[in-house]
Design a protein around this ligand. Sequence first.
Ligand code: SF4
Length: 263
Amino acid sequence: MEIIKREAKSIYTRSKLPGIKYTINQYVGCGHRCVYCYARYMSRWKEYGHWGTWIEVKTNAPELAKQRVKGEVSMSSVSDPYQPVEKEIMLTRKILENMNKDTKLSVLTKSDLVLRDIDILKKFKNVSVGLTVNCFPEKVRKILEPHAPSNERRIEALKKLNKEGIKTFCFISPVIPELTEARKVLRETKGIVNYYLIEVLNTRLGGENLKKILKDRFPESYEYLRDKEKMRKFVELLKHYVEEKEVPLAAFVSHRRENYYKE
Ligand code: SF4
């Protein structure tokens, strides 16, 4: 993994995400190397090589984080603030140390490394920490999210955060028919998260490589991408289940029109 250091002009980027005023992406690129990563579109504007082979580090991000902003800040939208390189660089930790603790902050990661920073997170007046959990069977996770911690570790992290009194959320994503065990996620995180975000796979942003992997390795899932009606029913059933169970839901993003494609 090539580490590219550079200075940024600003670290708070205006966001179009619902309810979010700013996003912070102290890293561009991500060592978790999920094959469906939507953030890979960032590499279109970079000349460093293939997505997943480099990470851009905004070295002055901690200094820039001192700026005061109003409105909810989300960390991060196109990278993971607790990807492997963070263990050594501690950029996220330094940013959190420097941020105004009155800032409404939400942090999203796939890594239990976030537990390292519980002490600083607790200093924020309004913070929520989310873990992406999809309960892929381990052999599937090793193909789709090769360098991310196991789902068990992510659930364990949610438990610890909850125990520490930190507001938590669970991002069930990407929901891939036949692979994502959304019902299992809901069962195993019940009572330890305050709210859920659910997102069905966006095949367009997931890229051609993902489609090929699904086609070759998981044809039963790939079938849903080809069959619009099958996918529609799948999404409806999941929605119905979530409503029936009265899951505290903050968002359900289906990307329904994009969940299939023509060959
Ligand atoms: S953890 Fe998130 S940002 Fe990192 S590779 Fe996976 S999907 Fe992309």
